[in-house]
Design a protein around this ligand. Structure first.
Ligand code: PNS
Length: 161
């Protein structure tokens, strides 16, 4: 049983994340999308909302959604996962990802980090950029799943209203 963890903050999930999930789903018997319950100061969506959005767009029966706190390596061990999947978009991601992968390897040598290139059309996407463009009135159609775009619209409507 090959089990991978795809960790992140997913605030919100983008089409770039979904692309990596689809690639991982082809390679592993089970993929766990693991949302970090972090202390990020001002997330757009609560953990519960982020979980719901991922569940809405998850079309694979062997892809699960979960949340975790604390060290990723401890969570991975608790799930008996052998692999952490991370997407790499541009060279600028590399340094941060390298640091994390090497620290995680130091903490848990048996756990492997696997990097995947997202599809070219998503290589410029990040949740924070999408939020910024959206909040300033730009179009994000095609960058996030429709269900996520609708949630973003109703969230901003709620804030304004
Ligand atoms: O979506 P992100 O913000 O790029 O994901 C970062 C994440 C969640 C993978 C990273 O912050 C993480 O693993 N946090 C858990 C705490 C931890 O294990 N820290 C040490 C990492 S070397």
């Amino acid at each position: 049983m090959r089990r991978a963890i795809y960790p992140g903050t997913f605030d919100p999930i983008t089409n770039g994340h979904l692309d990596i999930i689809e690639r991982s789903a082809r390679l592993f018997d089970e993929v766990i999308i693991a949302l970090l319950m972090n202390i990020e100061k001002s997330p757009m969506f609560s953990i519960q909302e982020r979980v719901e959005m991922i569940q809405e767009v998850n079309r694979w029966s062997h892809v699960k959604v979960d949340t975790f706190q604390g060290l990723l390596v401890h969570y991975a061990a608790s799930q008996k996962a052998q692999v952490i999947v991370r997407g790499i978009r541009a060279v600028s991601d590399y340094e941060y990802e390298l640091q994390m992968a090497l620290m995680n390897r130091r903490l848990e040598p048996q756990l492997e980090t696997m990097f995947m290139m997202s599809a070219e059309e998503y290589s410029h996407l990040s949740s924070s950029l999408i939020k910024e463009v959206f909040l300033l009135g730009g179009s994000i159609t095609g960058l996030v799943p429709d269900a996520v775009e609708q949630r973003m619209q109703s969230k901003v409507g709620k804030v304004k209203g």
